[in-house]
Design a protein around this ligand. Sequence first.
Ligand code: SF4
Length: 224
Amino acid sequence: MRDRLRALDDAGMGKLCISADPYHQQFVPIACCRLAARVASELLGADRVQVRWRDWLAEGFDTAELDDEERGRLFGRYAESGRDRLNGRAAECLAPRLQRKNPAHFADTSCAEAILRSRHIHVDGTGRVMPGTCAGILLGRLSDRTSVRQLWESLAADHAARPIIGTLARAGPVGLMQLAESAGFVPFPQGYASKCHLCWEIRRRLVELGAFPDELGPAWMYEK
Ligand code: SF4
């Protein structure tokens, strides 16, 4: 762990972010998160270590030990607190436990902040870059000739002209819904648990149709 942290530090990492919540603890022992937080604080300094969430890190436990029903109830209660952005399959799995709202409820919610000023990003094994909180939206691809900085500069310059990213940045998922309705997207009558749940279902429909592969992917992420 020390070697990894030193390597990341040498590579210019600003802050280490450790995920700790009931969802991760189904798969990652909380003891590993606690150890990582302690060692990283010693090595990097506490101000360079972020934990989402510290209260869970202190009081949480491994949710793999719960049965499916108990775990589902805990996930539902935790999700209701609203501090996590539920996206992708998480939104889909947890939606039945959450209050649903009509898509109109999410009108006028731009996603510019989440997409264009994402505080962290995800990079897959082939170099595809996604915003930190919007799984399945592709911002571009890194290569020997394209750095994160260059990718970000090109996003700033031309995002408005990109059909998915431009629409989400301007008009959020309700704007995207209008684009998708012409491709046959029909909203759920029971509504959506959050704007990201709505966004995910719209994007999945578009992926099923093979639309916008440059901006929506990787395809496996959308598989049921
Ligand atoms: S609605 Fe879509 S684009 Fe907006 S924050 Fe949620 S996942 Fe990201």
